[in-house]
Design a protein around this ligand. Structure first.
Ligand code: G3I
Length: 405
């Protein structure tokens, strides 16, 4: 543009004959710049349209990357009730909480607070994270979640006191049984006492059974014998008599040998007066394997007089997550919820993370992902809409029958 101006200012050339129509030479000299300008305008316009199109396309792509297809997510319809608003009275609908999300991601925290009336500590209350050194406790992560829950009228489910994984390095398998027992008792007592009256339920022991239904070969079993399970419940009960105490496991959603073994274990513990109040069904499921018979399985445990709970539900999808797969995923989520709603003793329904951006699945199940209710952009997926619909269908229906809660 500037060159042209300099050309125009070339006084050496005589002024135009016809003032209206500049003489040819000058008009010839103007035509080119005008041409170029209009060309650039066309290009710019094309570029802008292209950009808009790409941005639109990218919206879908990020979901794609995170495994859910563009059709999967739809913006929350204004006025649509949230999961917690639709949940029957006395029932908890919750999510495991990733501490980093809570601290660093306001949108994550907002959705957590509006959709769920209960939360579970995904990692903050595991022994390794809570007591990194003997008797030295790192409470901030757990405190932050409990305080968040209290500010949002949510109930806290404490996960987990005794587990064979995530143990602090300082707990040595070389120690004599008495030392192991003392450390375990002190840890359970210390943690449950700190949150007395602020945690409605605890996973006292987690994953104590092996796939064949036998007691899992852990440091606790080797050193303390099978009695460590009953002891852990008694220590937790003594520290907070008001908390509900759960035994939690996976691979028990169907009527498997492991589920049968757990039924026997719980029956025997309660017969021996051990304060086992509930059984947690983790429910880490796959999109193409809906859990058959779940409600009958939950019911037979409830007949022992315990509460039952879906504690860690996610439904992993083999990537890429096509609309068809997400539809089947939604059906699995719906089936698990309807099974829980059908059993009054099912007092809590918790998903193991609610957004695909903060899920353990991709890291552990190669080639799988998109396991949660919301995609990586926090947009609701068919699975979320299925839960909303299932709860809406149940609205106003009373959950008849024994509720040990
Ligand atoms: O926080 C550290 C971070 O500082 C470090 O940079 C990073 C790299 O090593 O690790 C981070 O800790 C990870 C933690 O998740 C937080 O992301 C641990 O390594 C990792 O082992 C831990 O994985 C958790 C896993 O349990 C083991 O504790 C998953 O998030 C959690 O979803 C998973 O949950 C379990 C339940 O507790 C029990 N049932 C099965 C379920 C799925 O495995």
């Amino acid at each position: 543009m500037i060159d042209q101006l300099s050309a125009r200012r070339d006084v050496s050339r005589p002024p135009p004959a016809n003032p209206v129509r500049p003489p040819i030479g000058r008009s010839r000299s103007l035509r080119l710049p005008i041409l170029l300008v209009s060309l650039m305008l066309v290009i710019a316009a094309l570029f802008a349209t292209g950009l808009v199109l790409v941005v639109k396309a990218r919206g879908g792509e990020s979901a794609e990357v995170a495994g859910s297809s563009p059709v999967a997510s739809e913006p929350a319809a204004p006025g649509r009730k949230t999961l917690r608003e639709l949940t029957p009275p006395g029932m908890r609908i919750g999510s495991a909480v990733d501490g980093r999300g809570l601290s660093l991601d306001p949108a994550y925290s907002t959705l957590l607070g509006t959709e769920f009336n209960a939360v579970t500590t995904e990692n903050a209350m595991k022994w390794r994270n809570l007591e990194p050194l003997p008797g030295v406790y790192a409470w901030p992560g757990a405190d932050q979640l409990v305080e968040f829950a209290e500010r949002h009228g949510q109930q806290v489910y404490g996960h987990t006191l005794v587990w064979h994984s995530d143990m602090p390095k300082w707990v040595s398998p070389e120690w004599p049984a008495e030392r192991i027992r003392t450390e375990l008792r002190d840890h359970v007592t210390e943690v449950v006492s700190r949150y007395r009256g602020r945690v409605w339920a605890w996973d006292v022991v987690n994953e104590v059974l092996d796939e064949d239904g036998s007691l899992r070969e852990t440091l606790w079993l080797r050193k303390l014998g099978p009695g460590y399970i009953a002891d852990a419940f008694r220590w937790a009960h003594a520290a907070d008599p008001g908390a509900r105490l759960f035994i939690n496991d996976y691979g028990i959603e169907r009527r498997t040998r492991k589920a049968d073994a757990l039924l026997t274990l719980v029956r025997d513990l309660r017969r021996d007066g051990v304060p086992v109040d509930g059984v947690g069904f983790q429910s880490h499921l796959a999109w193409d394997e809906p859990p058959r018979d779940l409600s009958r399985n939950l019911r037979r445990f409830a007949e022992l007089g315990v509460a039952v709970a879906i504690t860690e539900l996610d439904v992993r999808v083999e990537l890429p997550a096509t609309p068809e797969k997400l539809k089947r995923q939604a059906a699995v989520y719906r089936q698990v919820l309807s099974s829980c709603l059908a059993v009054p003793a099912c007092v809590s329904f918790t998903v193991w993370g609610f957004t695909d951006s903060r899920s353990w699945i991709p890291g552990y199940h190669r080639g799988y992902g998109a396991a949660c209710l919301f995609d990586a952009d926090l947009s609701p997926k068919p699975a979320y809409l299925a839960l909303v619909d299932e709860l809406s269908r149940h609205a106003g229906t009373t959950r008849a029958g024994p509720n040990p809660d």
